[in-house]
Ligand binder design. Structure first.
Ligand code: GLA
Length: 388
């Protein structure tokens, strides 16, 4: 109890107003890209983004770097709302799927841009045993548990902690306290997520967490990317390289069987760059699989590189996580209308969800997701943008 109080108190102390975060500035006049480079410093702005049905005010943060790369993040679900990235001619397009306003995120949607927790991905039969105690979770994906349950981290209002810019980077940090037994998970978890945009065109997403009772934790960001511009078409022409020789095969419920299989000679092989669509028809339902990264996790290491030929945009991902879920928007079916009135059809976005492996709490041979009191959980994923 004392520990729990201490954890919450320390977090509450860090929750201050947002120094350095400016209220939205008036629109810049049109200037050439060369002049723009000199003229725009790293900047961070905030503006209102609406109100939740229970009356909580939600904010939208805008981080911009000198190349014009712009990330918008809301503290509702710590969601990445948009990401404007230059193409090979310097033209900016929003390359993530999502909604123009808070309403879209409050309705049911497939985790567009969301921070997913406490457990990103699936837990088989929605249960696990820890220290001899059986924990039952919501079965929100047939008989299995998916992405933290019915009210996961993606539906929490996160507390703004800081929003700042210096000469090298601009960032927004937010925190969330997930209470003991929330969605059936043990322990109070104090968690932060920080989105940092650097002057070198990197978007870093880093997480920190602590618990007061032995628990499990697996966090990811669930952005859907289309490097040609959101809502402009499918992602089947994107060329993907994954730094993974192995993956975790799944059963019909998309729960890993426990086997770690080599990708060689199969449509799962992205060890050298291949278009996502080249073999997708050979994969039942499309790609929705966890790859075992060659790095093994721990230190920040290469995870993936994606190239989109028409725009020339390249996204390179490094992560400290041991796995990544390649999901090719298989369940998008045209029923959702997103930003700028664009309709999201099948395969209109791909996700590369850096993570620990699905169902790890029930797979003793997979890297552990157990978090102990006194341990500090950290995880970082860096998306670097360039053109070719
Ligand atoms: C994850 C899962 C998919 C799907 C999406 C959300 O990526 O692996 O099966 O549930 O989230 O629609």
């Amino acid at each position: 109890m004392k520990k729990r109080f201490c954890l919450i108190y320390v977090l509450a102390l860090t929750v201050v107003y947002m120094p350095g975060c400016k209220k939205r500035a008036p629109k810049e006049p049109e200037i050439t890209p060369e002049v723009k480079k000199e003229a725009i410093p790293m900047s961070a702005n905030e503006e209102p983004f609406g109100q939740t049905p229970d009356g909580r005010q939600v904010v939208l943060y805008t981080l911009t770097n000198p190349s014009g790369l712009t990330a918008r993040i809301t503290n509702y679900g710590a969601i990445l709302v948009s990401l404007e990235v230059p193409d090979r001619t310097g033209r900016l397009d929003d390359i993530t799927l999502g909604f123009d306003s808070l309403d879209g995120y409050i309705k049911v949607h497939p985790y567009f841009g969301a921070t997913v927790g406490r457990y990103a991905n699936r837990i088989g039969k929605a249960q696990f045993t820890l220290d001899g105690v059986l924990y039952k979770l919501a079965a929100n994906n047939d008989e299995n548990h998916l992405h933290g349950g019915t009210k996961g981290f993606d539906k929490a209002v996160w507390k703004p902690v800081e929003c700042q810019a210096d000469s090298q980077k601009t960032w927004v940090k937010m925190s969330y306290i997930s209470e003991d037994d929330e969605e059936g998970y043990p322990g109070n978890i104090a968690c932060t997520v920080t989105y940092t945009l650097t002057k070198d065109n990197e978007l870093k997403i880093s997480y920190e967490a602590e618990t007061d009772k032995t628990t499990i934790l697996n966090l990811t960001n669930h952005s859907y990317f289309n490097l040609a511009g959101q809502g402009t078409g499918d992602i089947l022409d994107h060329e993907l390289m994954l730094n993974a020789d192995k993956y975790t095969p799944v059963d019909e419920g998309l729960i890993p069987t426990g086997e770690i299989r080599n990708v060689t000679g199969s449509p799962m092989d992205f060890t050298s760059s291949m278009s996502i669509g080249s073999r997708i028809k050979q994969v039942e339902g499309g790609y929705d699989h966890n790859y075992v990264l060659n790095s093994g996790g721990g230190a920040l290491a290469l995870c993936a590189e994606v190239y989109e030929p028409s725009s020339g945009r390249v996204m390179t991902i490094h992560t400290t996580e041991p796995g990544v879920q390649l999901y090719t928007g298989n369940f998008l079916d045209g029923t959702l209308t997103g930003k700028s009135g664009r309709v999201y059809n099948k395969h209109y976005g791909f996700c590369l969800e850096t993570q620990h492996f699905p169902d790890s709490p029930n797979k003793p041979d997979f890297p552990t997701v157990v978090l102990l009191p006194g341990q500090k959980f950290t995880s970082e994923t860096v998306h670097k943008f360039s053109t070719r």
